[in-house]
Design a protein around this ligand. Structure first.
Ligand SMILES: Cc1ncc(COP(=O)(O)O)c(C=O)c1O
Length: 467
């Protein structure tokens, strides 16, 4: 059955306007994200190629979603590590015992992290890691007798996950509005985006100064002695992949230090080599107190997240005999950690961080050469192998396309039809418009990137008249 032909014939489209294969029609027992949509069934993957149930092949330039399947799919060495661990020690819980793989993965991560970041606690994913880091921050302040420090400051736009605490920290109204009555009260500060919004047109030091001032004033207004932590994404897809100047992050670090506030980085997308360094903050010469990883850490092979913590924070907590009484069942689970170790082995052995920097620069110049002349391409932004193309109605005014133009959804749909998987983001905030997002595997080749960008250009030329 043809993915596109059948779907087009029946006129059925899912939320992203992707034509859908109707091989799993309504009788499916799955509660889908959009319950009455129908979804194509993927049946096989190798590297960064996928095959659906009709046999159609796709080039995946999203790594599953947002930088997850970063080392490519179906690697025998990862499958072997997973199977060997399942045979040796399937499961123990870290509340009473430890296990070799948890120890090994924590040591590897501490070895890759900046100096002074020497302890790691594991979770099942990114939202859990972000929430864990908030609880660790609380324990740290309690250990120091700083009982009043309860407030969390985050940037807007931002995305920190789908659990209620992580949603509370998320600065995206399109995602968390429905849950507002359940959310924690967090302080939101404008992200250092200079394409639109309060910092429009500012560059370099003036952008850094103004955006850092906004953070400083928000903390002052909240009462610095009540603030526990500032949580940020070093480069945020939700903020249009804008890369802030290094001095912005240095100022943020200074502000946190001045007020005794912990700096938490959400490196769930940017970490594990995606940007060309192990942590994106490494580019900016800033060391966070807590750094959260997930997605690319396990390459999509198992659910796995981690919070990397400065040793001195853990020492403070330990001296006061405080403990994190709450547990996640899969924290430090042997199979997940064995996969994490095997994935890091691949990243280091194959030089994938260096490759991310190199291929990222190649992708960037390809995007600029191939798409830069299109009048509706507003800006191309990003770092390493995370790059974004934003579309605008007018380059001069930077006006976004109205929601009814359905730009992101129609592009995504057309790319799927042409066998290329690319994340697209519809305009989700006042600051960012419709975008195509590239998160290819760190193992991607130049010709694959050329193929993906060529198809995108063809689709754009075909579609833009309809927006
Ligand atoms: C920046 C960022 N933080 C946190 C999360 C949440 O991670 P998870 O979906 O593993 O809970 C995501 C997921 O997309 C993310 O992109």
């Amino acid at each position: 059955m043809g993915f596109t032909k059948r779907a087009i014939a029946c006129g059925k489209r899912n939320r992203y306007s992707r034509p859908v294969v109707t091989s799993h029609p309504r009788e499916s027992a799955v509660f889908y994200r959009v319950p009455d949509d129908e979804y194509p069934t993927m049946v096989r993957a190798s590297g960064f190629h996928l095959w659906d149930s009709s046999g159609k092949q796709y080039l995946d330039l999203s790594s599953g979603i947002s930088a997850t399947a970063g080392i490519g799919q179906g690697r025998p060495e990862i499958a072997e590590a997973m199977a060997a661990q399942a045979r040796t020690l399937t499961f123990v819980h870290n509340s009473r015992v430890t296990n070799d793989q948890q120890e090994l993965l924590a040591a590897r991560l501490a070895g890759l992290a900046p100096e002074g970041v020497g302890r790691v606690m594991f979770t099942s994913g990114g939202s859990e890691a972000n929430e864990l880091s908030i609880r660790i921050a609380r324990q740290y302040h309690l250990a120091r007798g700083d009982w009043e420090r309860t407030r969390i400051v985050t940037l807007s736009p931002s995305y920190h996950g789908a659990t209620v605490g992580a949603l509370s920290m998320t600065g995206r109204w399109d995602i968390n509005r429905a849950y507002e009555p359940h959310l924690m009260d967090t302080v939101k500060v404008p992200a250092p985006v200079n394409f639109r919004g309060p910092f429009a047109g500012l560059e370099g030091e003036s952008l850094a100064e103004r955006a850092a001032e906004a953070l400083d004033s928000a903390i002052e207004a909240t009462g610095p002695h009540t603030v526990s932590a500032v949580m940020v994404e070093p480069v945020s897809p939700s903020a249009g992949m804008a890369v802030p100047p290094a001095s912005y992050w240095q100022k943020v670090r200074d502000i946190c230090d001045r007020y005794g506030i912990l700096l938490i980085t959400d490196e769930i997308v940017t970490g594990a080599g995606r940007t060309g360094e192990f942590l994106a903050m490494d580019h900016f010469g800033v060391v966070a107190d807590l750094s959260n990883l997930a997605k690319g850490l396990s390459g999509g092979y198992v659910p796995l997240g981690a919070t990397l913590v400065k040793t001195r924070i853990v020492e403070e907590i330990a001296v006061q005999s405080r403990r994190l009484a709450e547990v996640h069942t899969f924290s430090g689970a042997p199979i997940s950690c064995a996969v994490g170790v095997a994935v890091l082995d691949v990243i280091v052995r194959e030089g994938l961080m260096e490759q991310a920097a190199k291929r990222g620069a190649f992708l960037r110049s390809l995007l600029e050469d191939e798409l830069g002349d299109l009048p509706f391409v507003g800006e191309i932004r990003g770092i390493g192998l995370m790059q974004m193309v934003e579309y605008v109605r007018s380059r001069d005014s930077r006006e976004k396309f109205p929601p009814e133009s359905d730009v992101a959804a129609s592009l995504s749909s057309a790319m799927y039809e042409r066998g290329v998987v690319l994340n697209t983001l519809g305009s989700q905030s006042a600051l960012v418009g419709d975008c195509t997002v590239f998160f290819p595997a760190l193992t991607i080749g130049e010709t694959d990137l050329e193929q993906g960008v060529r198809v995108l250009r063809e689709v754009l030329e075909d579609q833009h008249g309809r927006w």
